[in-house]
Design a protein around this ligand. Structure first.
Ligand SMILES: C[S@@+](CC[C@H](N)C(=O)[O-])C[C@H]1O[C@@H](n2cnc3c(N)ncnc32)[C@H](O)[C@@H]1O
Length: 335
């Protein structure tokens, strides 16, 4: 038991050190820009839980600083001594060859990088204009100094430590900022997350994230559990209504309902069971239990989310149809 707990803790610590590919950041951010080209104009972006010397988040936003019309970019890192997953880390040449380098601080302090203007008179603002210093503390996002940076920022973007996802989301929401944060798909059902989805205060982004670097952006890619962007930045996909058929047509023509003469009703809740998003009828006004993957297609102008099995307190904690349990359902109603 203790051995399993240790193994679990080691795995969690390692999962906290997954780094995001440039293309994954680009794909998602492009969807926000496509929907609103001025989404970042005049804004301060904070990238916490980063490793700015080589993070693709810092690289991506620094390279696009002028194109996005940013006012300020801030990224912060977490001190190597504070990380739970230990590696044979060495400071980068960027750090050791800089006059600010301090051998003691290097291991125990976080760092802050900021970008606001053309510091090297190159005629453009880019990654070479980043200014850095050590933080007072270790860069923990919960610290007062990183929280003050959150409060200064308009938008918070990162892939936070896997093991602190709930805490990180609570910290972001408390700041009442715009955000785009990578998290495991399972986080949809967390009690800290689902109510926000239901109230349209948080939604899924447009792309999947599956392959991460481990330990550094030079390391091989690792396929991690299915991750998604959790955001409150608007994008076009969430305003595209699903094209659906009537109940009668689905029962007649949709192969996914083969063998059924009518939609089934839950035993323990006044709703019909929808086994696949594609078979949601466009002419049913009552409540429907749909698979959680529906949230990828959720258009708030088309449907209202009523709740999930947990917050609706369904008897036995689950929806049942003819005594058979239906897993991971979200209950919705046509608008
Ligand atoms: C999943 S990695 C992602 C890094 C980077 N944002 C990226 O996507 O490439 C999460 C980072 O947060 C750091 N971290 C862990 N606990 C932290 C904390 N309490 N405060 C700030 N950063 C933390 C980890 O050491 C790691 O560098």
């Amino acid at each position: 038991m203790a051995k399993n707990a240790n193994l679990g803790a080691a795995k969690n610590a390692k999962n906290d050190e997954f780094y995001t590919q440039y293309a994954d950041i680009q794909k998602e951010v492009n969807a926000y820009i496509e929907y609103n080209p001025d989404v970042f104009r005049g804004k301060t972006i904070l990238l916490p839980c980063d490793d700015p010397e080589w993070s693709n988040f810092t690289k991506f936003f620094a390279q696009n600083f002028e194109f996005f019309g940013l006012k300020k970019l801030i990224s912060t890192s977490y001190a190597i001594e504070s990380k739970k997953y230990k590696t044979d880390w060495q400071p980068t040449l960027f750090e050791t060859e800089n006059p600010l380098y301090n051998v003691e601080k290097s291991r125990i302090k976080g760092k802050i990088f900021t970008l606001t203007h053309d510091t090297n008179n190159s005629g453009r603002i880019d990654i070479d204009d980043l200014q850095w210093s050590y933080l007072e503390g270790d860069g923990d996002f919960r610290s007062a100094e990183v929280t003050a940076l959150r409060d200064e920022a308009d938008i918070i973007i990162t892939n936070p430590p896997f093991s602190l996802f709930r805490e990180f989301m609570a910290w972001v929401m408390e700041g009442k900022k715009q955000f785009a944060v990578i998290g495991n798909m399972n986080a949809i059902t967390y009690k800290e997350v689902f109510p926000l989805i239901k109230d349209n205060k948080l939604w899924l982004g447009t792309t999947d994230v599956r392959w991460f670097y481990q330990e550094s952006t030079d390391s091989p890619l690792y396929e991690a559990a299915h991750s998604r962007w959790f955001t409150n930045i608007d994008h076009g996909m969430r305003h595209k209504p699903l094209q659906l058929m009537s109940m009668a047509d689905n029962l007649k023509f949709n192969k996914k309902l083969k063998g059924l003469t009518e939609y089934q009703h839950y035993d323990n809740y006044d709703a019909i069971e929808i086994p696949f998003t594609e078979v949601i009828p466009n002419d049913y006004d009552g409540i429907m239990g749909v698979p959680i993957s529906f949230l990828d297609k959720y258009c708030p102008e088309q449907f209202e989310i009523i709740g999930n099995e947990y917050d609706l307190n369904l008897s036995k904690g689950r929806g049942y149809v003819n005594g058979k349990r239906c897993y991971g359902r979200v209950f919705i109603r046509k608008k």
